[in-house]
Design a protein around this ligand. Sequence first.
Ligand code: COA
Length: 275
Amino acid sequence: MADKTYENVVIEREGEVTFLYLNRPEKRNAMSPGLHYDMQDALLNLEYDAQTKVLVLGGKGEAWCAGQDIKTYFREQGNDPVARRKTNNTSHNWRHELLTHFSKPTIAMVQGYCFGGAFTQLSSCDFAIAADEAIFGLSEVNWGILPGGIVSWNLTDMLLPRHAMYYAATGEPFTGKRAVEIGLVNESVPRAELKAKTMELAGKLLKLNPSVVRYTKEAIRAVRHMGHEEARDYLAVKQDAMHKADKEIGEKVGMKECLDAKSYRPGLGPYKRPT
Ligand code: COA
């Protein structure tokens, strides 16, 4: 079945990898109210799309995302608190709730400008790969607002405190290479190699047991904000839940292949998945 079409976003596919692009290139993919509603709908549909095994979040044109749309999100809704609240909730919902809790691995593929509010969806993706040439920036300080929504929280979640403070308080832009150094993205490569590098990571993820990848990513995110006693209890229960959800019964298959068949070494790569 053909993918649903949207005014502000576009879906493309390469096998089991689905690319969801912000598609307002003429506005540098600034996030208008319409874009927020489109993204929410697209992510809800893709969550339950059987073909999608890895989701890549991209941007069409020169920008990955130039942040909230200053005109349509801020100025035009300034005197309409109801519209503003609805858009604000939708904006938060897809950029944080839906992406953070997406049941399949997510990769931010950042080819160009990434400013302000875009840091939320960047942080919500499980992985991020940038072009060396991409430009990141907390530009809010340059035009008189805080890194709001939850951008300030995203910064302190992702970066060491000194880096979070420096880039938020100065607004100084930085490249994809610097984004790797400060822990904001996993890797940066020349722009011409960005898609291939993204597909390489997607390929690695596709070889793994999807239930285990899902529960692992959920656990890694959840324990970060817990005390160790709470984390220990949570992880024990999470492990039990994962065993129930894992249709491949990965642990048993893995042990059998390792200890009995001696056909693989778990330290060096995944077990052979049943077809
Ligand atoms: N909100 C609204 N419109 C935006 C926008 C934003 N965040 N970012 C870019 N645009 C619009 C511009 O107003 C312009 O529209 P126009 O053609 O109708 O005049 C169009 O996108 C192209 O922008 P332009 O500045 O000409 O492109 P550029 O390639 O020279 O520069 C940026 C790109 C991203 C560096 C620059 O547009 C910019 O600084 N944008 C603001 C980024 C920002 O501060 N975001 C944080 C918001 S929370």
